[in-house]
Design a protein around this ligand. Structure first.
Ligand code: HEM
Length: 117
């Protein structure tokens, strides 16, 4: 999935994404932007990334592991606060994964019934 991806750009995107996810709880614009990213991530068609809902759980667990390594005051309440901050944004990304795969299923079943479509 990350083959050929510019990792320097990816690091900048990660920083930007973290801010957007945190803004999701309070900003409709951030939620709209996250929904668009979710749609691109969830799609496995042309231009899509093909991420699954489970990838977001792994992504968040890795982020919390990193916080644990970097924050000397890390404890369960710090981990819970990070999870709380990201909950609404991650929920939108996962929702878009489900929407994209439901649309793909609908298209597959339509083409099974109507092979010309
Ligand atoms: C909530 C978590 C995430 C957010 C907000 C996020 C956001 C973004 C954004 C803004 C970009 C740049 C998009 C663009 O250039 O058009 C990007 C790129 C990418 N993301 Fe994510 N991402 C998240 C999680 C993930 C996960 C879980 C995966 C896969 C395991 C993933 C895989 C990728 C890949 C492969 C790219 C590079 C695409 C390319 O350059 O062609 N992302 N992400």
């Amino acid at each position: 999935m990350f083959k050929g991806v510019d990792m320097a750009r990816q690091i900048k995107m990660l920083k930007f994404s973290i801010s957007m996810l945190m803004l999701c709880a309070t900003s409709a614009n951030a939620r709209e932007a996250i929904r668009l990213y979710g749609c691109r991530h969830g799609s496995s068609g042309p231009g899509g990334i093909g991420a699954t809902a489970a990838d977001y759980d792994i992504w968040l667990d890795c982020l919390i592991d990193t916080v644990e390594l970097c924050d000397p005051k890390f404890d369960e309440s710090v981990a819970a606060a990070w999870r709380h901050c990201f909950a609404s944004g991650i929920a939108i990304m996962k929702e878009e994964c489900e929407t994209v795969s439901r649309r793909a299923d609908e298209q597959t079943s339509t083409s099974e019934i109507h092979p010309d479509l």
